[in-house]
Design a protein around this ligand. Structure first.
Ligand code: PEP
Ligand code: MN
Length: 454
């Protein structure tokens, strides 16, 4: 399989009538970018259709095998990164900050919780943003992410520009190149790189609480270094897959390639459909149903158990483990009430899914002056609720999906107390959701390690 994939050129479409890669175009669709000129969109997509893949089918298949391990309870899925990446923010330090944070969280979870971790970044393609409203608070057309328009406060900046899909492709390829090529040891060496985070942790109450796990992680690391894992294992351990929301379908379709009768979205390894676009008979679900990549769907508090079953039938008719991830994002107040019936029904139907918890998006709050924030207390409460539900039903809580950064920002608040507006970004930054900072990401990983060891 790998051999044939490596030796075959990938086709934009092989004419296989079983593949309906363009059927979404005929279906109702939410969040459609208001492109002014369809002919220009078509021209850009024709250009993208001839470009090399950003990710390769054999990697996509490899991720699916690894997610099958998660599905069957032998590994844990850690997914995280920015709410939306920007082109200006696509710098070496930002990319390495996110990657390093994920890898170091994974290390804490692996060694502290004794479970292998599959690492998936919201990176190298997460340039689109679904919006709740067509216009922003000033009445301008909404900013929809750098792949569609510009964030600047001007009518002209908000015009959807298809050329931005080319910029997205270039930025994504550059980001993927860096993540692939960076020496794994440089990203996973706790001692070298974590001084800052350790200092922050030690200074917080979590430092004392988690000291035992931190010591164990360090001991296990030392043992592994002495024992000497093979280079191949070390590389595999630091492999980070890319993911983004399948939102701007023109882009993901243009980068789909067909190999051996299967269509692969080569714009990223893992694609998910968001809460606002998961209607069963609409465009987004139809498109991801056609591709062979592992895919996810966000499930908000309004999802019925019946809808969850229908999503499984639609997106994973052959019931392949690792193919489908159901990402619950219920909110801390609803997770314990709403999630059990969904998990129960999906399990009773025998559907194989990865159950992943996104404790962020159901807990986003507007606070003073319209700033968006999240309280870490509520994020953690949803996470605990998710584990409670799965433990009581005997199902496997397979992973988390979070928004984080390796930078020392103040976007999520530690407690449920007031906002320190001095540390908050300007109003228009609020187009993006608040992320956990480096110390909060560490605390989150330590908490996961503690929960997973039981
Ligand atoms: C997101 O993941 O950034 C997002 C918008 O999530 P959701 O679709 O769950 O609201
Ligand atoms: Mn978000």
């Amino acid at each position: 399989m790998e051999r044939s994939i490596r030796n075959s050129p990938l086709a934009a479409n092989d004419g296989d009538s079983e593949l309906h890669l363009d059927r979404w175009r005929e279906l109702p669709r939410r969040q459609t970018p208001p492109w002014p000129d369809p002919a220009e969109v078509a021209a850009v997509c024709a250009t993208l259709g001839k470009k090399p893949s950003i990710v390769m089918p054999h990697e996509v298949e490899e991720l699916r095998y690894r997610l099958a391990d998660v599905c069957e309870g032998r590994a844990f899925l850690l997914q995280g990164g920015d709410c939306a990446e920007t082109f200006a923010g696509n710098t070496e330090s930002h990319l390495l900050g996110t990657t390093r944070t994920l890898l170091q969280m994974a290390m804490v979870i692996t060694y502290g919780g004794s479970v292998p971790v599959v690492k998936v970044a919201r990176l190298a393609g997460q340039y689109g943003k679904p919006r709740s409203s067509e216009t922003d608070s000033l009445g301008l057309p909404a900013y929809r992410g750098d792949i569609v328009n510009a964030r600047q406060v001007a009518e002209s900046a908000r015009v959807a520009d298809p050329q931005r899909m080319i910029d997205a492709y270039v930025n994504s390829g550059i980001a993927m190149n860096l993540i692939r090529a960076y020496p794994p040891d440089d990203l996973t060496d706790l001692e070298e790189l974590d001084e800052g985070a350790y200092d922050l942790l030690r200074a917080s109450s979590a430092g004392a609480r988690y000291q035992g796990i931190l010591d164990e992680v360090e001991r296990a690391r030392r043992f592994a270094r002495v024992w000497g894992p093979t280079e191949r294992q070390a590389v595999r351990e630091s492999k980070v897959y890319s993911s983004h929301e399948a939102l701007v379908l023109e882009y993901d379709r243009a980068l789909a390639r067909v190999l051996g009768g299967r269509a692969y979205a080569t714009s990223g390894h893992f694609l998910w459909v968001g809460e606002r676009t998961r209607q069963l008979d609409h465009a987004h679900i139809d498109f991801v149903a056609q591709i062979a990549n592992p895919v996810g769907v966000k499930l908000g508090p309004d999802v019925s158990p019946q809808t969850a079953i229908e999503l499984c039938e639609r997106l994973n008719p052959e019931n392949v483990p690792g193919r489908l991830t159901l990402i619950s994002r219920m909110g801390s107040r609803e997770v314990r009430d709403v999630l059990p019936a969904i998990v129960d029904k999906v399990t009773a139907a025998g559907a194989k899914v990865v159950w992943q918890c996104d404790p962020m998006h159901g807990n986003t709050e507007q606070s003073i002056n319209g700033f968006k924030t999240r309280h870490l207390d509520r994020v953690i409460d949803e996470l605990l609720g998710y584990f409670d539900v799965h433990r009581s039903l005997g199902t496997y809580p397979g992973g988390v999906h979070i928004e984080l950064t390796g930078e020392n920002v103040t976007e999520c608040l530690d407690g449920a107390h007031g906002v320190d507006s001095r540390n908050l970004p300007d109003r228009y930054e609020t187009a993006c959701d608040p992320r956990l900072n480096l110390r909060q990401s560490y605390e989150f990983a330590l908490l996961l390690a503690e929960i997973l060891r039981g």
